[in-house]
Design a protein around this ligand. Structure first.
Ligand SMILES: NC(=O)c1ccc[n+]([C@@H]2O[C@H](COP(=O)([O-])OP(=O)(O)OC[C@H]3O[C@@H](n4cnc5c(N)ncnc54)[C@H](OP(=O)(O)O)[C@@H]3O)[C@@H](O)[C@H]2O)c1
Length: 270
């Protein structure tokens, strides 16, 4: 992709992240906007993008032409949209960065299938800081051992629809990897009532919702008489947009396969 701008197609262009991505593309000289779409029937369809984009550019609802026109699609929408989006990306031979959260095993199976024919980078958190935090959490969990209780707390704005956040789960997975256990077998997701004592070795999650917070995460290692806290606070969702676009610029022209944010940062595979 040397000497030419990477053409980005924005999905969910009327949403909070879609808007942040559009603004970040206009600030990045490596990138050009191929187009922007929303789901059919969305109030934003037909709306002009406005400055700095050409007057002819408006939000459309058709995946197919956008995928053909784009080097990389950037998807921050909803899990229900993923299947159609991946089909369009494969047909149009566009790479894709998937930032949508709330994905279930069947969505990951779809991503694995698509990654046989296109380059796909899926990340529950596209911030570079959280990518590094996950490494620190994995190392800490490995070093400290199971007698240190691991609890993960997250705070998000009142509009978020999934819990725990995808980032909290990714941090839990990092901690579980460090301990050599399967997160699905050790996670405690939401305690209420007479729960009994904490189960040794479990990884606990707590979700707070309110206001406009774009996303705070805290991973606590609680030992006897001391605690270690590793955390990350987001001041603006622009960081997710910039990270997603850094990922898109990196992904353009890569061979088919499944990639992660660690690859973008050049962190060694584990
Ligand atoms: N990876 C990261 O770093 C990161 C960071 C922030 C957010 N996220 C995730 O990104 C996603 C979007 O977040 P957001 O805050 O931008 O949400 P949002 O403001 O609700 O935007 C999502 C957009 O996608 C549209 N959409 C919903 N269902 C759809 C469907 N089935 N097909 C096509 N489009 C659909 C929505 O339309 P309607 O308005 O009609 O619902 C909306 O315009 C969420 O999953 C969120 O958790 C990830």
């Amino acid at each position: 992709m040397a000497n030419s701008k990477v053409k980005i197609g924005v999905l969910g262009a009327g949403g909070r992240m879609g808007q942040a991505i559009l603004a970040a593309i206009s600030d990045d000289p490596r990138l050009a906007l191929a187009g922007a779409i929303e789901r059919a029937g969305h109030e934003a369809v037909g709306r002009r993008l406005g400055p700095p984009w050409p007057a002819s550019m408006s939000i459309c609802s058709n995946h197919g032409p956008l995928a053909i026109a784009s080097d990389v699609l950037v998807d921050f929408t909803a899990p229900a949209a993923l299947e159609a989006t991946l089909d369009a990306a494969c047909d149009g031979k566009a790479a894709i960065v998937i930032g949508t959260t709330g994905l279930e095993p069947r969505h990951h199976a779809m991503i694995d299938r698509a990654a046989k024919s296109i380059a796909v980078l899926q990340a529950a958190n596209t911030s570079l800081g959280v990518t590094l935090l996950a490494r620190l959490v994995e190392d800490a969990a490995r070093a400290l051992g199971p007698e240190w209780d691991i609890e993960i707390a997250e705070l998000h704005h009142r509009h978020k629809v999934d819990a725990p956040s995808g980032t909290a789960l990714a941090l839990g997975a990092a901690a579980a990897r460090g301990r050599g256990v399967d997160l699905a077998r050790v996670s405690d997701r939401g305690r209420d009532g007479i729960t009994g004592e904490r189960v040794p070795g479990h990884i606990g999650f707590g979700s707070l919702r309110g206001g406009s917070a774009p996303g705070d995460h805290l991973v606590m290692f609680a030992g006897e008489g001391e605690r270690i806290e590793l955390g990350h606070r987001v001041e603006s969702r622009d960081i997710f947009a910039r990270g997603a676009l850094q990922a898109a610029a990196w992904l353009a022209g890569r061979p088919a396969g499944r990639y992660v944010m660690d690859d973008v940062l050049g962190l060694p595979a584990r």
